[in-house]
Design a binder for this molecule. Sequence first.
Ligand code: FES
Length: 170
Amino acid sequence: MTQATGPVEQTQADQSTVLESLRTRLADLKDEPGSLLEALYIAQEMLGYVAPESIEIIAEELGYPEAHVFGVVTFYTLFYTEPQPKHIVRVCRDLSCHIAGATEIAARARQEIGAHPGHASPDGLLKLELVSCLGQCEKQPALMVNLDVHGPVTEEGVSDLIRSLREEDQ
Ligand code: FES
C-alpha cells in the first residue's frame, strides 16, 4: 500500500510543482471507475494531506463535483485536510486490541512520541491517534504507521518502531 508522507517544509513553488505532478499522475486514473480513493491517497502521499487545491485538481481530472470529492475526504478518517506530521501512529483501542494490551501500547507510544494523542510531537515528526478497529484484529494489539499495519506489537516493539522512524529522518 502507498505510504502516506507528511509535509516536509514546502515553499509555494514546491507546492505548485507537486500539484502539477499530481495532475500528471491522475492521467492514468481518468478512465478507471472508482478511482477516487486511489487519487486521494496519491494526493495525500504527495503533500502529506489533501489540500483544497488537490481536491480541485482531482475533481477536474476525474470529472466529479468538488463537493463530492470533499465529502469523501471528510468521510474517511485516513484523509487529512490540514498538514500533518510525517508519521501518524494509529493505535487501535477497540475490544480485541484492548484485551490484548492496547492501553499499555498507547501509553508507550505517547511516551515515545512525547505528546498527547491528536498532537504533534515536539520535533513535529510524529502524531499519535487512538482509533477504532483497523480491521486487523488477528494482529492484536495492532497499530498502523501511516498506511502500514504492525502487529501483534509489544511495548518494546513500539519503542523500537518509533525510534526507527525518527532515525529515518536524521
Ligand atoms: S479490534 Fe483492533 S484491529 Fe480490530
